[in-house]
Write a protein of this length. Structure first.
Length: 431
């Protein structure tokens, strides 16, 4: 995020409304489409670029009343500051608008009911290795196994399953009407990404709605731990499809990537061996007394997916146009200014807090350097669980800072569910 270089001027394609007295002002983006500000602005920019701006303006002017979202927006305030962005000329044509017993899914066999079911033979410290293998490799493998796959109770992956599954139900359930509206967007805005690339044109709206509702059903089964060996992997399919299809109408919402990765890991792991319907039917209790390396490896794999995405974000900044100069904060400050201008021109209004923070270039330098350290150092969270706790606190605070300053929301990150596996990581085994 924020890796692109911004020029001194920025152009925003937006809708300009002319009142009866001849005054003009930017209208709320919801006159132009559904899916949220970033989704609509991408659609509008693409269609204006293709010469369809006049049609968009005429469609907005034909509305008899402002959309519900626009009614909740109390006017449009002027940009608080424009360090790297200046007011742009409207690109759309002006419009007149009225404003009034199962087996473990990983191993194919159930972990031992008694004490710890140890790691596979090739990971055991006392296992015999070929004579030609250096002793150092054995020590490294043993250290990695003790830290990344320690024996743990089944509650570690079970709590993650409840949190991730519950978040999916909340996130998709409350946005169901938004997704259905996106499915009914003009086909000119369809640009498939991810698994949706198999399509040459959009699906009929009712067909597109079916996987959306199916993901809520599989999500409920996944969260409750019912038939997890089947419903776990099955749930990942409609979830991945729905997010890819939704992103095909606008932009890629990166916060959903980690949700999909976490769901895939939990779907393939023995994440319903506790705190689930499966556990009650099989063991007669929600908390069976067993330990296995598979339960410790599950949060480790989830944490690996998270830290990799942060590392890639940091590398994107360093390999971008600014390189190491990104740490001086100028790119971040320019991005904040551009985002503020977008919101003002699209009817959301800029953040008054920027009036205070805008002139302080040193503050942006500190935030930029801190984010680079956090992202590039993310893999260290796998080395020690205490470093993982520190990383979770830092990343959680960073995203809430972005929310307060820029009003950009990363729901999965802000919920804290993304960082739960870092807190659930069991301690490493002793030698």
């Amino acid at each position: 995020m924020f890796s692109a270089r911004r020029s001194a001027h920025y152009r925003v394609a937006h809708l300009l409304g002319i009142d009866a007295d001849g005054t003009s002002r930017p209208l709320h983006y919801s006159y132009l489409g559904t899916g949220g500000l970033n989704a609509v602005r991408r659609q509008v920019r693409r269609r204006v670029r293709d010469g369809d701006g006049r049609h968009l303006a005429e469609h907005a002017a034909a509305r008899r009343s402002p959309p519900a979202t626009a009614q909740r927006t109390a006017g449009s305030s002027r940009s608080a500051w424009s360090a790297a962005a200046t007011t742009s000329t409207p690109t759309c044509a002006a419009a007149t608008a009225r404003t009034s017993p199962r087996r473990s899914s990983w191993s194919g066999r159930r972990p031992s009911q008694a004490v710890a079911a140890g790691p596979p033979p090739w990971w055991r410290p006392d296992a015999r290795r070929p004579d030609d293998e250096p002793p150092l490799s054995r020590r490294l493998a043993d250290t990695a196994r003790r830290h990344l796959a320690p024996a743990a109770p089944p509650t570690a992956p079970a709590l993650s399953r409840l949190a991730v599954g519950g978040y999916h139900l909340w996130h998709v359930g409350r946005r169901r009407s938004l997704y259905r509206g996106v499915h009914r967007t003009a086909s000119e805005s369809f640009d498939p990404v991810g698994v949706a690339r198999v399509l040459n044109k959009p699906l009929p709206p009712r067909v597109a709605d079916a996987p959306l509702d199916a993901s809520l059903v599989t999500g409920a089964l996944f969260t409750a731990g019912i038939g997890h060996r089947v419903t776990g992997p099955l749930h990942s399919a409609p979830q991945t499809w729905n997010f890819s299809y939704r992103n095909s109408w606008s932009m890629v919402f990166h916060h959903e990537n980690n949700l999909v990765l976490h769901t895939m890991v939990l779907g393939a792991a023995p994440a319903a061996d506790a705190l689930s319907v499966d556990a009650v039917l099989r063991d007669g209790t929600l908390l069976p007394e067993r330990r296995s390396w598979m339960y410790g490896a599950t949060p480790a794999v989830m944490n690996g997916a998270v830290t990799l995405t942060y590392l890639l974000a940091g590398l994107a900044k360093l390999t971008g146009p600014d390189g190491m100069r990104w740490a001086n904060g100028a790119s971040m400050r320019a991005q904040v200014a551009v985002d503020s201008l977008r919101k003002e021109m699209l009817g959301e209004g800029s953040n008054p807090l920027l009036r205070v923070l805008g002139p302080h270039t040193g503050l942006f330098a500190v935030m930029a350097a801190g984010s680079l350290v956090l992202e590039l150092g993310a893999p260290l969270a796998l080395a020690d669980r205490r470093l993982g706790w520190l990383f979770a606190a830092g990343a959680f605070s960073m995203h809430w800072g972005i929310k307060v300053i820029m009003r950009i929301t990363f729901p999965y990150n802000l919920s804290g569910v993304l960082y739960l596996p870092l807190l659930l990581m069991p301690p490493p085994e002793r030698r």
